[in-house]
Design a protein around this ligand. Structure first.
Ligand SMILES: NC(=O)c1ccc[n+]([C@@H]2O[C@H](COP(=O)([O-])OP(=O)(O)OC[C@H]3O[C@@H](n4cnc5c(N)ncnc54)[C@H](O)[C@@H]3O)[C@@H](O)[C@H]2O)c1
Ligand SMILES: [Zn+2]
Length: 355
């Protein structure tokens, strides 16, 4: 069992990583929140595998709990589902002394967290992440959101959880493709901050997983503590995301986020090398690790297609763009460039020769 304490200006909370945590969640949540009522929010896939374990642990700890299940999938991370969750909380008469428990992947965490942030102008919540992506990324840091017709994550709030319990056993029911999806975000911390962590992903085993997740969360926690509201350092976490988002959108979301970020990260490393920012050999090391884990490193979309989408993503009032570029494995820089230079990065990143 490993614990990382996240210290933000608004809250200090523990992220516990280990085995069997869902079965012990009742006593652990009770010791942090005290006696209160709990609304467990989950999706239709996670419900099947893990809801019973969580509900019986909460009941055993003497907590009064009710559950609400929404249909799984990003397409349900919207105003309609949020509204349903809020109506559920109201119908069940949850009060400000009570709390929400988000049991699921990033979609559940984002939406249940947002519901907690706005219900009665804010109640407490706990994260029980069940996808690798949620463990290493979305469950820590306090960003909550839903998607609007106008784009992803456009409505949300900052609200830090009271406790995060990452049960690695829950990941055993996660489809392999979803595990791989989360792996890219985990490897990203290695490229950003930690060469040793990067190397350890070359020998990923079931037993090394707890320690790897703990090290990823430690990095995320440090960044969040320094920049809770995303004004500076948190931008580093966007490594691979500018081009990655463009790939995701060009594919009409047929390419999953983590897979698209793997392409974006490979491309920015290749471009960085050609521009003399990135140490030679870095892109190849990144590509080899991604390939080892069945993550893609290039795309069929043209520079023009990716550029158009990336530019339409940008705020119109800005004529510059900040890219996260690796200097080497374990160290990256924020590179602010005039917007017209983005094309150069995409074009150079798309070329696979000469590496
Ligand atoms: N708040 C943040 O800081 C932050 C950061 C990164 C991503 N996100 C958000 O996270 C979301 C992506 O997260 P995700 O990839 O976890 O998506 P997800 O929650 O949709 O989970 C992916 C799929 O796996 C299923 N699943 C989850 N856990 C399972 C388990 N243990 N067993 C079986 N099936 C399981 C889900 O039902 C779903 O079908 C996006 O909406 C993204 O915007 C938020
Ligand atoms: Zn991401």
């Amino acid at each position: 069992m490993q614990t990382v304490t996240i210290k933000t200006t608004t809250k200090e909370y523990d992220v516990v990583i280990g085995s069997g945590l869902l079965a012990q969640c009742g006593e652990r949540i009770f010791s942090v929140l005290g006696k209160c009522r709990l609304a467990v929010i989950t999706d239709s896939n996670v419900e099947k595998h893990h809801l019973k374990t969580v509900m019986s642990s909460l009941e055993k700890a003497g907590m009064d709990c009710k559950s609400y299940t929404f249909p799984a999938g990003e397409e349900h991370k919207n105003m309609g589902t949020l509204s349903d969750i809020l109506e559920f909380l109201a119908k069940e008469r949850f009060s400000r002394a009570d709390a929400v428990v988000a049991l699921g992947g990033g979609v559940t965490g984002d939406m249940a967290g947002f519901a907690a942030a706005v219900y009665l102008r804010g109640i407490r919540y706990v994260q029980l992440p069940t996808s690798l992506l949620a463990c290493v990324d979305s469950s820590v840091g306090g960003k909550t959101a839903i998607d609007l017709a106008g784009g992803k994550n456009l409505a949300g709030a900052f609200l830090q959880p009271e406790l995060v319990l990452c049960d690695v056993d829950a990941l055993k029911t996660l489809p392999q493709e979803e595990f791989t999806n989360g792996l890219c975000e985990a490897i990203k911390y290695g490229v950003l901050f930690d060469e040793e962590l990067f190397c350890d992903f070359e020998n990923l085993t079931e037993t090394s997983l707890i320690s790897l997740i703990e090290r990823c969360i430690t990095h995320k926690g440090r960044v969040v503590a320094n920049d809770e509201f995303e004004k500076g350092e948190r931008k580093f976490l966007n490594l691979g995301h500018t081009i990655g988002h463009a790939v995701e959108k060009c594919s009409h979301y047929q390419i999953k986020h983590g897979y698209a970020v793997a392409i974006g990260l490979s491309m920015i490393a290749r471009a960085g090398e050609k521009l003399g920012i990135t140490e030679k050999g870095t892109a190849e090391r990144i590509e080899l690790l991604f390939k080892k884990h069945n993550l893609p490193t290039d795309t069929v979309f043209s520079t023009e297609e990716l550029l158009n989408v990336a530019l339409s993503d940008k705020k119109r009032d800005s004529d510059s763009i900040t890219l996260v570029v690796p200097k080497k494995i374990g160290a990256c820089i924020l590179q602010t460039e005039p917007i017209e230079n983005l094309k150069k990065y995409i074009a150079l990143g798309g070329e696979k020769d000469g590496i």
